[in-house]
Design a protein around this ligand. Sequence first.
Ligand code: SF4
Length: 71
Amino acid sequence: MKVSVDRDLCYGSAECAHRAPTVFEFVDGYGVVRPGREQAGEEPEVLEAVEKCPSQAITLTEAPRSAPDGP
Ligand code: SF4
């Protein structure tokens, strides 16, 4: 699962960076996903951060599947 933060919704509580500091950081007043950690959406602390984000700014989306092997 891909994790992302919608900056338009985030109001900078820093809750995500507090709960999952290896995945989120707090930059310029916003929570952001650390570079290279975009696929960390299934980690328990990320799920907790999603649940606890007061503005529901954190989104999990299915990572695109790799191309099928074909018939
Ligand atoms: S928990 Fe939500 S509102 Fe708070 S900094 Fe993170 S994304 Fe923004």
